[in-house]
Design a protein around this ligand. Structure first.
Ligand SMILES: CC(C)(COP(=O)(O)OP(=O)(O)OC[C@H]1O[C@@H](n2cnc3c(N)ncnc32)[C@H](O)[C@@H]1OP(=O)(O)O)[C@@H](O)C(=O)NCCC(=O)NCCS
Length: 378
């Protein structure tokens, strides 16, 4: 490798080809397998979207039915997992719980290390089906509430909200959550997806790849930003306080959480849809103030920063949406993970189908020929 050619953060380095998702950051376009995110959010379901990401095409009616039934048949945790979950400290953060327990699922798999494409699909389907059960069980356990077993007659979205709250969600709530799951399912070679592909490329197991990806996702520069948005909105004193709050932070050169994106220099297409959803839920739940504050913050930011390509990103309106759905703050990033497992799995399958070990190089920038000094001489 020639000296000085490395790119910090691998920015703009193309590390692989993929047929799963496409982003045009200048135009604000996101497609899964060529279908616009807008089209999917309006017409698809999370189950159908997961099939699309794993198979490179939409399913027939029979295939969708089979995939959905198969997913639902795996909602229940393997024997012993619930006991393990309720032995965790109730103060644990849900993302740490999820990372640990997805890793533990490998120990209930009789053949955890099988990494051919067909086996990877099987394992990914188990993880996709059981991750919501882990999150809902853990949240009820830490609240001191009895666990609510999953229901096979409910969709992925409705079943999760049912297990979490102990009551069936309204159709509007279940659909809103379903759309959130569709919007977060995949997004090019983001950090956690890259992590999953890197781990897979050693022919390590699917559980390791998804465990590693969860660890990557929880960072505040990645999936953790939606929690930051809620914290920020909480700090603002009513709609009237938005202008002053944003201006003061911009004057200090602070970044406003939920704005800006490494790839999008136009309105994030996921944010467009989430804004509509946040508005509708605010009206339905009477929780108008948070939405009104979000719109006011956006107004100031567009006036001040749109010329620089800074727009709301996916995290900005997902915070308001999740709040209206009734999710607690520390469940926001786990929600991202529940959805993104589908994208990670698509990339794991794609990586396995044409694998090459990721093994980049590093330019050594340290000294040479340094004499070893004995400990007493240092
Ligand atoms: C996501 C993020 C890391 C992208 O960073 P990036 O593409 O490297 O953009 P830069 O940091 O180079 O910013 C370019 C310019 O826009 C400004 N900017 C970027 N994001 C901003 C924000 N959220 N608020 C205010 N100004 C912002 C920068 O200060 C910089 O201004 P300058 O040219 O005067 O120095 C960044 O926008 C950010 O930290 N956003 C807030 C956190 C967040 O919401 N993350 C979730 C992303 S999905």
């Amino acid at each position: 490798m020639s000296v000085g050619t490395w790119k910090k953060g691998l920015e703009d380095v193309v590390a692989t080809g993929t047929k799963i998702s496409f982003i045009d950051g200048e135009k604000g376009v996101l497609e899964y397998v060529g279908i616009s995110i807008d089209d999917l959010a309006r017409n698809s379901t999370f189950e159908e979207t997961a099939f699309l990401l794993w198979n490179g095409r939409l399913p027939s009616a029979g295939e969708l039915d089979g995939f959905t039934k198969d997913l639902r048949s795996r909602y229940e945790l393997p024997a012993g997992m619930a006991g393990r979950l309720i032995s965790l400290p109730p103060t644990a953060q849900p993302m740490h719980m999820l990372r640990t327990m997805v890793s533990a699922l490998a120990m209930h798999d009789p053949e955890p290390n099988k990494v051919d494409v067909a086996s990877a699909r099987e394992k990914a389907l188990n993880i996709l089906a059981q991750a919501p059960t882990l999150v809902a069980f853990f949240d009820r356990y830490r609240r001191g509430l009895p666990l609510v077993q999953p229901r096979k007659d409910l969709s992925f979205a409705a079943n999760f909200l049912y297990m979490l709250n102990g009551v069936e969600p309204t159709e509007t709530m279940a659909r809103a959550f379903d759309v959130c799951m569709i919007l977060h399912a995949d997004h090019g070679l983001n950090n956690s997806t890259f992590t999953a592909r890197v781990i897979t490329s050693t022919l390590s197991d699917v559980y390791s790849a998804i465990t590693g990806a969860i660890g990557s996702l929880r960072g505040p520069l990645h999936g953790g930003a939606n929690e930051g948005v809620m914290v920020m909105l909480g700090e603002i004193d009513g709609v009237a306080g938005c202008e002053k709050y944003v201006q003061e932070r911009l004057a200090k050169k602070d970044k406003i959480t939920g704005f800006g994106h490494r790839v999008y220099k136009a309105y994030d297409p996921r944010a467009t849809y989430l804004k509509t959803l946040a508005k509708q839920l605010a009206e339905d739940t009477g929780n108008q103030e948070l939405y009104a504050k979000s719109v006011a913050v956006e107004g100031v930011m567009l006036r001040e920063k749109a010329a620089k390509g800074i727009y709301p990103n996916v995290d900005f309106y997902s915070a308001t949406t999740y709040h209206s759905i009734g999710l607690k703050l520390d469940l926001f990033t786990p929600m991202f993970a529940l959805s993104r497992i589908s994208g990670w799995a698509g990339h794991i399958i794609e990586q396995l189908a044409d694998n090459r070990l990721y093994r980049p190089d590093a330019e050594y920038t340290g000294p040479h020929g340094v004499a070893y000094k004995r400990i007493g001489e240092r």
